[in-house]
Write a protein that binds this ligand. Structure first.
Ligand SMILES: [Fe+2]
Length: 212
């Protein structure tokens, strides 16, 4: 405790452990929620081609109905598509899965991390008025989303086309929201149980992203 005249300042040391902020002494983070925001530098230059691949599929296949309202949702076999750009994306997704898993391991563990795709991977195209209903991904340890093209959103409404995550704690009156305005090349990854949705997109062009 440090006193400056009438102002009393309390100083607490803190450290980062496994990528998570920990407060030393009698305080700790009990249930932190880890989220990854990573620009995929190897995939970003391929986005124009990825966009073509997705829109070609949309023209030639029916797709699925899932959390999307409007727009188009591909089948969940995206990682089996034959185009070489898909393989580059797959490699980057798997590396991200290993890295976010590493943040949850206790210190002192050595070895390699192996991750597998569960539940598939698909492309999602959102057009004017489209959105994704709130949902999570039961059974998946991690879920993620890679952004190919953001279209041309109008200035209003607020959070136009943004992805939004809800504080998972039940009955939490102080619960916050995590809203992210994605850019092309961004990969987000989060725990599969975490509720999320996409705010309605108002604009032209196409929001176009891949999900796992
Ligand atoms: Fe999702």
């Amino acid at each position: 405790m440090i006193s400056h005249g009438r102002i009393t300042q309390s100083v607490t040391r803190f450290v980062w452990a496994n990528g998570v902020l920990m407060v030393q002494g009698e305080f700790k983070q009990v249930f932190p929620t880890v989220m990854m925001e990573r620009t995929l530098d190897d995939v970003l230059p391929l986005n124009d081609r990825l966009r073509e691949i997705v829109l070609d599929r949309e023209r030639t296949t029916e797709g699925l109905k899932a959390s999307n309202v409007g727009g188009w949702h591909s089948s969940a076999d995206l990682l089996d598509w034959a185009e070489p750009e898909i393989k580059v994306l797959e490699s980057a997704i798997m590396a991200a899965g290993r890295d976010i898993t590493a943040t949850m391991l206790p210190p002192g563990i050595d070895g390699d991390i192996e991750v597998k795709v569960y539940g598939g991977c698909w492309a999602n195209v959102i057009r004017d008025g489209g959105y994704n209903k709130i949902h999570n991904h039961p059974g998946a340890v991690w879920s993620g989303c890679y952004y190919v093209c953001m279209g041309e959103p109008e200035p209003q409404p607020d959070f136009n086309g943004w992805i939004e995550f809800q504080d998972p704690r039940p009955g939490n009156i102080h619960g916050g929201k995590e809203r992210i305005n994605p850019e092309p090349g961004l990969l987000l990854m989060w725990p599969g149980w975490l509720n999320h949705f996409v705010n309605p997109f108002k604009g032209s062009g196409r929001q176009n992203f891949y999900r796992v």
